[in-house]
Ligand binder design. Structure first.
Ligand SMILES: Nc1ncnc2c1ncn2[C@@H]1O[C@H](COP(=O)(O)OP(=O)(O)OP(=O)(O)O)[C@@H](O)[C@H]1O
Ligand SMILES: [Mg+2]
Length: 257
């Protein structure tokens, strides 16, 4: 990893992929250009406090934001991609989406793109630079860092000093950029809680009417190293007019001051 490149030369050498926006819309994922759907509106509300905190100089690494949950399948990746799209649509903001669910990556598949290298390669190969594995896309201000080639020591790599240095470097080198991490479920692997200790903010996705309260409580206890934890209640049915799902956002719930 090199720290001596400018942002523009980083962008110039990275790869480029076309995301199929129609495909995303078909799966209820918000896209740039004129989405006035209910979920676009809801993610706009979810991102607002995240953006305020991200650029508050009193919050360390506020621009590093991890999306996680207690259990598998609660909607982490779905919410991460929606949130990423919504943030990339902000004026003068750039967004880097990192697939940090290294044992079960799904961001690239959900975006309908492919790549062979990513985060795990970057952590092992000192000759690789962030620019070599970053993917720019047809969505302005939206780039992706894939999880990379499967590695049997993936968990150790994520918990390594190299990862801590990479995160610190990313947070500081791109202070005007939001770096959003998709992650594994907290109660299944140790990776997410290790990552949490480097994050400025965490979004905890909770599947409405399904995830047991003790599971949420236990998961929150694993991320108490992070001061700012917000909750997204996903797949709710109780919001009038929300159809088969909706969102609620209990910002500040689970804060540890
Ligand atoms: N609010 C929602 N509306 C519609 N579909 C949703 C919603 N949330 C999640 N889904 C769908 O539910 C499935 C599981 O979601 P997703 O893959 O985002 O969960 P996850 O928490 O990332 O799972 P894993 O723990 O396996 O990584 C996906 O098919 C996703 O498209
Ligand atoms: Mg996922």
């Amino acid at each position: 990893m090199s720290t001596d490149q400018t942002t523009s030369s980083q962008e110039a050498t990275s790869q480029y992929r076309e995301i199929n926006l129609e495909g995303l819309r078909a799966r209820n994922i918000i896209t740039p250009h004129g989405d006035h759907t209910r979920s676009a509106e809801e993610f706009r509300m979810i991102k607002r406090p995240l953006l305020d905190n991200a650029f508050d100089s009193t919050i360390p690494n506020g621009n590093l934001i991890m999306v996680t949950s207690s259990l598998p399948g609660e909607g982490k990746t779905f919410c991460t991609i929606n949130l990423a799209m919504s943030i990339a649509m902000e004026l003068n903001r750039t967004l880097l989406l990192v697939d940090a669910d290294v044992s079960k990556p799904s961001v690239l598949r959900q975006l309908g793109i492919t790549s062979d290298k990513g985060l795990l390669d970057l952590l092992q190969d000192k000759n690789l630079k962030l620019a070599d594995v970053l993917i720019r896309t047809n969505i302005e201000n939206f780039s992706v860092l894939p999880s990379g080639r499967h590695h049997k020591k993936a968990t150790e790599l994520l918990a390594s000093e190299a990862m801590a240095e990479l995160l610190q470097d990313m947070a500081q080198r791109y202070p005007d950029r939001i770096i959003l991490f998709d992650s594994p479920p907290l109660l299944v692997t140790t990776e997410a809680s290790v990552l949490a200790s480097h994050m400025g903010q965490i979004v905890m996705v909770v599947e409405a009417e399904k995830t047991p309260q003790p599971a949420v409580r236990e998961a929150l206890s694993l991320i108490d190293s992070c001061d700012i934890v917000g909750i997204v209640l996903n797949k709710t049915t109780s919001i009038p007019g929300a159809g088969h799902y909706g969102y609620g956002y209990g910002y500040g719930y689970g804060q540890h001051n």
